[in-house]
Ligand binder design. Sequence first.
Ligand SMILES: [Zn+2]
Length: 245
Amino acid sequence: MSPEAIVTQAQQTECAGITYTYTEPTIFMEIAHDTAKIANSKGMFNTFVTNGYMTPEAVDYIAPFLDAASINLKGSANKEFMQRYMDVPKSEPIYNSMVRMKEKGIFIEITNLIIPEIGDHGDDTGTLAEWVVENLGPRTPLHIIAFSPTFKITGLPRTPARMLEKHIKIAKEAGLTFVYSGNIGGHDYENTYCPECGFKAIERYAVYLKKNHLNDQGRCPKCNADLNIQGVRWMGEGTSRLKFF
Ligand SMILES: [Zn+2]
């Protein structure tokens, strides 16, 4: 499909935006860029789900058209784990990308896959969370997600809920406000709780939104606290960036 055809199909199916994912988007950066540029000009949002392993030039290339990015880490970015299981020689470019994206006004969320036995590094979760607090801010959403055996790693068990909860606790103690569980449908940490008054502001089940209680400004309906939720308000043709609710 051409970039034009992708955007046209997204419009025809009334999508508010396009996410570049499943295959790492930097693999097809040129077509992502050209598609995002057209989508942006039509008032749609663009988001990446990425491993974050990119050059500063790549970040700058996509930044004018990229509204948000989910940076996917694994094994709490433990150096030995990344070298052995991901063929990532060094993780510095990923951290540099996140800082540069933040500087460019791209909304960032981070995902961290916890894998039993080989990718269950509590100390590294603490180090990662501290880095996020310091460099991206304490309100940056962090998703601690469960592994399930597939493809080349079939000899390990699914990540148990208590293991995720251990890492969530560590990340919260390091100062992060919004830490979520992932890949365990029905887990309480899928929901967004207001850090000020404790109200359950957004209810989710797995990848589904069950109830959104946010007020018209995208804030807590009970105490009006800002929950750092980015949402799309359809502003019509010619608008570009993600707007608050
Ligand atoms: Zn509240």
